[in-house]
Ligand binder design. Structure first.
Ligand code: URA
Length: 239
């Protein structure tokens, strides 16, 4: 049960003061009856504003297709963000919508966005080991023996990136063609895919995340999303 004014302001509808006006103006109903006072504690599922149920009152989890050139930061100085693509009301929500881990500005693909901070912590924790599948295009063809050597090195669990003290966790590498690699990581270090290839003399020219756990991006257009049930990760599904 939550106060009406707090609820509407946390869901990005209006300020708490405006919520009081909306109640006075009879725009808000609870269980089909006009709301009495903005301080009343109500079940969010029973509330309607101008005859419409509240927008995701229990929280949001979005499967989002991150387009090129957008950052996962809320700091406007870092460039245009993925959040700017979301509806204004969602951008005013509190707790705010954040990404589950980050993708680089130049990386595209599957990004989870949510206002559930426990989920962010759970899915980004090194303990959780969600497998994430990336497709990398390289600046040149890998030679056959080079491709096999990289596969073995990445799988070994002994590959140390420059400047790091712990080796990368075993990662599965498969070649779609000599210039296109599919890499499954269970961790998420800074620029990890690009750095793993760069250490071995291959530059990643495009990077795209296709899967996150059991979730697949499919044919979702860049810059669009689809809401997922909040309990998506409660069972084994999704990693
Ligand atoms: N590895 C990278 O190098 N960049 C990403 O965005 C994700 C993984």
């Amino acid at each position: 049960m939550r106060r009406i004014d707090q609820l509407l302001s946390n869901l990005g509808y209006c300020s708490r003061r405006e919520a009081r006006s909306w109640v006075d103006e009879e725009l808000v109903t609870v269980g089909g009856k006009l709301a009495g006072d903005a301080s009343d504690r109500v079940d969010p599922a029973m509330v309607q504003v101008e005859g419409k149920p509240l927008d995701h009152p229990d929280g949001l989890l979005l499967l989002f297709h991150k387009p090129l050139g957008r950052v996962c930061s809320h700091d406007g100085r870092e460039g245009p963000s993925v959040y700017e693509l979301l509806p204004d009301r969602w951008r005013r929500r509190n707790p705010p919508i954040t990404s589950v881990g980050r993708l680089d500005k130049d990386t595209t693909g599957l990004l989870l966005l949510t206002d559930q901070s426990d989920l962010v912590h759970r899915l980004t924790s090194p303990k959780h080991k969600v497998p994430k599948t990336y497709v990398a295009t390289l600046d040149r063809d890998a030679l056959p023996e080079e491709g096999e050597a990289l596969r073995a090195l990445f799988a070994s669990g002994t590959f140390l990136l420059t400047g790091e003290k712990d080796p990368c966790a075993p990662a599965q590498l498969a070649w779609r063609d000599p210039r296109t690699a599919e890499l499954v990581l269970t961790e998420g270090r800074y620029h990890q895919v690009r750095r793993m290839f760069a250490e071995k003399g291959l530059l990643v020219t495009t990077l795209h995340r296709e899967r996150f756990g059991d979730l697949v991006l499919g044919d979702l257009a860049p810059g669009t999303w689809r809401p997922l049930p909040l309990d998506t990760f409660d069972s084994k599904s999704g990693g």
